[in-house]
Design a protein around this ligand. Sequence first.
Ligand SMILES: [Zn+2]
Ligand SMILES: [Zn+2]
Length: 324
Amino acid sequence: MLQSLNKAVDKIKEKAAEVRAQAVDAAAAARATSGQTDLPADSRSASIHLCGFDIQGVSIAGQETCLILPRCKLALDIGRCPQPAVYQQTVLITHGHLDHIGGVTFHAASRMLLGLQPARYVVPARYEDKLRKLLEVTSDMDGGLPLEYDITPLTEGQEIELETGHIVRCFPTVHPVPSQGYILYSLRKKLKAELVGRSQEEIKELRQAGQEVTDTYQIPEVAFTGDTSGELFEQDGNADMYRAKLLIVECTFVDESVSWEQARERGHIHITDLVMHAHKFHNEAILLVHFSPRYKRQQILAALEENMPPALRAKCVPFLNGFP
Ligand SMILES: [Zn+2]
Ligand SMILES: [Zn+2]
């Protein structure tokens, strides 16, 4: 009797060890997938390295989105203001929903407090006056020195240059309020086609004589959609979004708890949209952001495995900071 009881206890212990090992494996896989190590699973401060960029921040649908690219001194949206975002001079704002713009006053005030250069807020043109009013009211309520900042409205076809030399352009997205995504370009110089084959000596002489010997090209490095429905992928154009090295795209819903139709009504992307248009994404990597807080990180990872074809899954990295 005692012997069989001991055997049963051993079996339970064995099973428990197995379950523990599986849990450890799953967590390691999750960290490996999202590039996060030595941090608790729901860390909000993990950094991901993709296509030559470190990306920090948090992006949770309806709560906050702020992605930070320190190399470009840039924040993408400012739903709340994580402390590292304060040190980014330029903020590209996609639309007026609070989970994307709510931290802007704190960002402006914190930069002043730390004696940093005034921030530059790049916005869809229709938000220019509203954002100015918001910052003025905040400055007034604060009662201290007036807040200093620059608001740059950007419309399709225009471009601005960042202090790091990168170029920013925008493209319209599909959401219940005015919204736009952004593309960040680096500049490359290439010898003019008509000079290819000439000797170094000749080219040097031409340059010394004041002739332009190179053409400058804009290379799309990072595209960020902000909030949008999958209708974005059904439109013509946006070639640079599909060929940017890194595409940062929202993927609010990943299973049938919210259907593709419901996601479309709410102006958000369902995982099905990414699967349907997978052949268009020539990007090296796709960072998935803005998951609904209804999901736990394991549900998100499982949904990606289950629903994405292997070639698409291989280039997708879920951004899971803040997800338990
Ligand atoms: Zn949002
Ligand atoms: Zn939104």
